[in-house]
Write a protein that binds this ligand. Structure first.
Ligand code: HEM
Length: 547
C-alpha cells in the first residue's frame, strides 16, 4: 500500500540522511542550473487553448526536449557538469553504472519480498508471521546487505522509529514515486516532481499553498460527501444478489465513490461515477476516471519491483506516460475553465475546493503547476482512501461484536440519521475513530518490508496485536507507545489529507451501518503485495437491510 511504502521510505531515508542530504544538494543545484538555462531550451508544444503541454501521440511519446543553439550574451552561461558536451555513448554507460546500484537495492527488496511470499505459501503461514520471524531471529534492527546496491535496514521498535523521526530536520526528504518524478522532470520538463518528491524550500511553498484548503475542504463539502455516501448505499442495494452479497468487485464501487468525493473536494464537481456503469465512454469525466485507473496501475507496476524503466522504456513506463499525459490534460482543462470563471467574479466565488483555493491564493503557480498538484491529490487520495475503506468494511463485517458496538454508537449519536454538526463528527464517534485507526494499523503488505506496521503488530507493543480490536485505541483503556502506530506519518512531512481521509471513512461507515448489517462468510482476505495494496480477491461482503 502506498501508505506503507511512503512510511517505509521515510524510515530508510531518515536513517541514511547523509546520502539524501547529498541528493538534496544535487537537486537544488540542478534546479538552479535549469533556471539559468531556460533561455536556451525550447518550450514543449503547448495546447492552443489550455497552454498546457500537448499530449503526445503514441509513437511520439518520449520526445527529448529540443535544444536550440545557445544565444551568445554578455552574461556567462553556467552549465551543470552533466551537461558539458562529450561523446554520448560514454554518457549512457555512466548512466547505466549509476542505476546499477539503485537497481541492486530494488532487486534485494524484490528478492526479499518474493522469498517471504514463497515461504509463506509453502508453510501456509501468513506472510506477516514470516516477516515477524526476521525480527525474532535478528532483533529489532535487521540489515540486508545488497551485493550490488544500497543496503536495506528494517526497524520495528517504536522507540527506534521515534528516533528516526526526531532526526528529520527542517526539510525531510522522501524518495517515493520516483516514476512520477521522472515523468514530470524528464518527460514534461518540469522543474519539480510534485509534492511527494519535492524537497527543501519548494516543498515548504507547495505545502503552504495546499495545507489550508485541504484542512477546510472536507468540512465545507460534508453534505456533498454525505450525498455521495447515500448514492453508494443505493448502488449496493441495486447490486446485491439473492444472498444480499455483492458478487461484483466491491473495491471498484468503493473506488468510484472515492473518486466522486475527491471530485467535489478538488474541483467542486459532481462526477457521479458511482451512477455510471460504462466507465470507458467518451465524456470527459469517464475518460478522467479511466485514465486515473490506468495511471494508478502503471504507477503501481513502475514502483513495484526493480525500476527497469530507469534504463529503458518498459510497457509500464509507456502506459504511465500515456495516461498521466491524458490525466494532466483533462485536469488542466478544469483549471483553465475555473480560472476564467473566477477572474469574472472574484467576491462570491467558491473558494473552498482545492483548485479554486489555489487559483484565488496569491501564489505564482502556472496552470501546469496547479494541474500537477491536483493530479497528485487525485491519484493518492482516491487510492489510499479506497484501500482503507475496503478494509474497514471488511473488518466490520468479520468482527460482529465490533459492529454491534459501532452501530450502537452511531444510533445513539445520530438517531434521526442526520449528521447536523460535521465539526463534531470525530469527537462524537470515538469508537468509529478507534475502528479507523485499528484498520490502518493492520498491515496490508508492501513491496519493501514495512517496519512501522510490524511495530503495530508486535505482541510486546500491543496485547493481542494481530486481532482487530478497536478498544485498544479508546483512551481510558490503553497506554501504548505513540510511535507504535503512525498511519499518517509524523512531523512536518505528515499526511496533508488526514482530515479528509478520516472524514470520508467516517461518513461512509456511518451511512452504510445505518442502512445495512454487514457479514463476511469467506476466508481471510489477504492484501496484494504491491506498491498500492488492495484486497487480493473480491470482497464478498453481505449487506443485509436493517429495516
Ligand atoms: C487513509 C488514507 C491515507 C493515508 C493512510 C495516508 C498516509 C500518508 C502517509 C503515511 C504519508 C507520508 C507521511 C510522512 O512522510 O511522514 C502521506 C503523505 C501525504 N498525503 Fe496522505 N494518506 C491518506 C490519504 C490522503 C489524502 C486523501 C490526501 C489528499 C487529499 C493525502 C495527501 C497527502 C500529501 C499531500 C502527502 C505529502 C505531504 C508532504 O510531503 O508534505 N493523503 N500520507
Amino acid at each position: 500500500m502506498l501508505l506503507n511504502k511512503i512510511q517505509c521510505s521515510q524510515l530508510f531515508l531518515r536513517k541514511y540522511c547523509h546520502y539524501f542530504e547529498r541528493r538534496l544538494h544535487a537537486q537544488v543545484t540542478t534546479f538552479q542550473t535549469v533556471k539559468t538555462l531556460q533561455i536556451s531550451v525550447e518550450e514543449p508544444a503547448k495546447h492552443p487553448i489550455s497552454g498546457l503541454a500537448t499530449n503526445k501521440s503514441a509513437g511520439d511519446i518520449f520526445p527529448a526536449p529540443r535544444v536550440v543553439p545557445m544565444v551568445l550574451s554578455k552574461d556567462p552561461v553556467v552549465l551543470p557538469f552533466d551537461d558539458v558536451p562529450g561523446p554520448k555513448s560514454l554518457k549512457y554507460l555512466s548512466n547505466i553504472r549509476h542505476y546499477i546500484s539503485e537497481i541492486g537495492t530494488q532487486l534485494t527488496a524484490t528478492l526479499l519480498t518474493t522469498g517471504l511470499n514463497i515461504s509463506s505459501y509453502l508453510s501456509k503461514r501468513t506472510s506477516i508471521r514470516n516477516l515477524s520471524s526476521l525480527f525474532d531471529d535478528y532483533g529489532p534492527v535487521v540489515r540486508f546487505v545488497s551485493p550490488v546496491g544500497g543496503d536495506i535496514v528494517l526497524l520495528n521498535h517504536p522507540e527506534h522509529i521515534r528516533k528516526v523521526f526526531s532526526l528529520e530536520g527542517d526539510y525531510p526528504v522522501r524518495s517515493t514515486l520516483e516514476s512520477l518524478e521522472k515523468y514530470r522532470m524528464e518527460h514534461r520538463n518540469h522543474v519539480y516532481g510534485g509534492i511527494y518528491t519535492v524537497h527543501g524550500l519548494e516543498w515548504v511553498r507547495q505545502k503552504s499553498i495546499m495545507e489550508r484548503p485541504l484542512q477546510g475542504a472536507s468540512t465545507h463539502y460534508a453534505s456533498s460527501i454525505y450525498e455521495t455516501c447515500d448514492k453508494f448505499t443505493q448502488k449496493i442495494y441495486n447490486l446485491r444478489n439473492y444472498q444480499d452479497e455483492i458478487s461484483k468487485d466491491l473495491y471498484k464501487e468503493i473506488h468510484k465513490w472515492a473518486f466522486d468525493c475527491m471530485g467535489v473536494l478538488i474541483f467542486s464537481k459532481q462526477f457521479s461515477m458511482i451512477d455510471t456503469e460504462v466507465v470507458y465512454s467518451q465524456c470527459d469525466k469517464s475518460w478522467m476516471y479511466h485514465c486515473l485507473e490506468q495511471a494508478t496501475d502503471a504507477l503501481d507496476k513502475c514502483e513495484t519491483g526493480p525500476h527497469l524503466w530507469k534504463l529503458f522504456t518498459t510497457p509500464a513506463w509507456y502506459k504511465l506516460v500515456k495516461y498521466c499525459d491524458n490525466l494532466d490534460h483533462l485536469i488542466g482543462k478544469h483549471v483553465l475553465e475555473a480560472d476564467r470563471e473566477l477572474s469574472g467574479k472574484s467576491t462570491d466565488a467558491d473558494s473552498h475546493c482545492l483548485m479554486n483555493a489555489i487559483l484565488l491564493s496569491d501564489n505564482q503557480l502556472t496552470a501546469e503547476d496547479i494541474a500537477t498538484i491536483l493530479m497528485d491529490m487525485l491519484i493518492i487520495g482516491v487510492n489510499t482512501i479506497s484501500s482503507s475503506m475496503s478494509y474497514l468494511l471488511y473488518y466490520i463485517a468479520r468482527y460482529q461484536k465490533v459492529q454491534c458496538l459501532l452501530y450502537q454508537e452511531i444510533e445513539n449519536m445520530y438517531p434521526n440519521l442526520i449528521i447536523d454538526d460535521i465539526t463534531k463528527l470525530k469527537e462524537n464517534t470515538p469508537y468509529l475513530q478507534a475502528c479507523i485507526k485499528e484498520t490502518l494499523s493492520i498491515p496490508r503488505g508492501t513491496l519493501i518490508i514495512m517496519s512501522t506496521q510490524e511495530a503495530s503488530l508486535k505482541e510486546s507493543n500491543y496485547d493481542d496485536a494481530k486481532k482487530f480490536n478497536p478498544d485498544r485505541w479508546i483512551k481510558a483503556v490503553h497506554d501504548y507507545h505513540a510511535f507504535a502506530s503512525v498511519p499518517f506519518g509524523f512531523g512536518s512531512r505528515k499526511c496533508l489529507g488526514q482530515n479528509i481521509a478520516e472524514t470520508m471513512l467516517s461518513l461512509l461507515t456511518i451511512r452504510v451501518l445505518q442502512k445495512y448489517k454487514l457479514e463476511h462468510h469467506y476466508g481471510e482476505v489477504q492484501p496484494t503485495r504491491r506498491f498500492i495494496s488492495k484486497p487480493s480477491k473480491p470482497l464478498k461482503i453481505r449487506f443485509i437491510d436493517r429495516m
